[in-house]
Design a binder for this molecule. Structure first.
Ligand code: NAP
Ligand code: HSE
Length: 329
């Protein structure tokens, strides 16, 4: 017999947590029709219970005690959307230890400590979904893991950070100053809690590490990724490059060279005909070169509440399909 309800606990209710909740509520009928079971958000962990939340829900939904989710035997799936290394790592480990499937959007954590978490999830026969950790709304993880699983990927080149692409676009297209453009990106919910991660290229480095891990089946040490952000680019640089019919983009690249992986993040001057030159605003674009397919390009919103919420929900649905089918009562 199928499980009647699948219960989800969300750790963190900011930009992505709120988007995830809204999508699970709005499309609840569609979800029931697809998987034959309801998905219910049972508890949400936040830091501050007094903060206004952009949803209608009972006060009882929120808690400041992680135990209410991690130690709750009714919760099947834990969704980590707090960000940062700790307490995210400890909470995910505890959720897995307690037999719960996990979904996370936390690229920093996965790039730094993902190998231990994936190993642990595998040992326990549990899912650890991470579609939302790279390129927001673009289903690039699934494409690499599933559609390209039998192809040999040789190179990945992309714009994988929405905040910096938004800033560079605003500076180039609207002559906005760097500070003003960053404030806009923060207000729209694109930037990390500490935007240094975006503008100094750390976030893009985490993402190219995650993509490389699955595409090249390796364990990339993020300290080996050469990294430069956009803080050294002046408004004058942008104008000069534009006057030569070129454009500056923050590019993340990973490639197999002489049997070894070379990865870097850096601002690159591209000719306007380059496929990544026209990726503007919060959008991301990724080119994947592989032996059988040749070249593929992925394009779409790289950050933001609803696109990223959709990526989180797609992992929840994948897990829920399995949970619903394997639970007999
Ligand atoms: P956010 O808006 O800053 O929200 C973080 C949430 O986590 C807040 O609700 C906060 O509680 C809660 N939180 C943080 N630390 C906590 C702790 N120690 N205990 C309990 N609750 C805690 O962040 P976000 O933009 O949603 O990002 C969440 C994750 O998704 C990050 O890993 C980020 O890198 C990733 N991501 C974000 C985007 C995006 O477009 N924003 C896209 C892809 C991936 P309070 O509300 O009480 O402060
Ligand atoms: N801060 C990130 C970005 C969020 O701007 O791309 C999406 O991972």
């Amino acid at each position: 017999m199928k499980k009647e309800k699948i219960k989800v606990g969300i750790l963190g209710f900011g930009v992505v947590g709120t988007g995830t909740f809204k999508i699970l509520e709005k499309y609840s009928d569609m979800i029931r029709n697809q998987i034959g079971t309801d998905i219910i958000v049972d508890k949400v962990l936040v830091r501050d219970l007094t903060k206004g939340r952009a949803i209608h829900a009972s006060e009882k939904l929120f808690t400041v005690n992680a135990e209410d989710i991690l130690e709750n035997p009714d919760i099947d799936i834990v969704v980590e959307l707090m960000g940062g290394e700790e307490p995210a790592y400890s909470y995910i480990s505890r959720a897995l230890k307690n037999g719960k499937h996990v979904v996370t959007a936390n690229k920093e954590l996965l790039a730094k400590k993902g190998d231990a978490l994936f190993e642990y999830a595998k040992d326990k026969n549990l899912f650890l979904g991470f579609e939302a950790s790279v390129c927001g709304g673009i289903p690039i993880i699934k494409a690499i893991k599933e559609s390209l699983s039998i192809d040999k990927i040789t190179k990945i080149t992309g714009i994988v950070n929405g905040t910096t692409n938004y800033i560079l676009t605003k500076m180039s297209e609207e002559n906005l100053g760097y500070d003003e453009a960053l404030i806009e990106a923060q207000a729209k919910g694109f930037a990390e809690a500490d935007p240094t991660a975006d503008v100094e290229g750390f976030d893009a480095a985490y993402k190219i590490a995650i993509l490389s891990n699955i595409a090249f089946r390796t364990n990339v040490d993020i300290n080996n990724i050469k990294r430069e952000g956009i803080t050294g680019i002046s408004e004058k640089d942008i104008k000069e490059v534009k006057s030569t019919n070129k454009i500056i983009k923050l590019i993340a690249k990973a490639e197999i060279v002489n049997g070894g992986l070379e990865a870097e993040v850096a601002p690159i001057v591209l000719p306007l005909e380059h496929p990544l030159a026209s990726i503007n605003g919060v959008n991301n674009g990724v080119l994947i070169n592989s032996e059988s397919v040749g070249e593929l390009m992925f394009y779409g919103p790289g950050a933001g509440q609803m696109p990223t919420g959709n990526a989180v929900v797609s992992d929840i649905i994948d897990i829920a399909k399995q949970v619903a089918m394997t639970c007999a009562f």
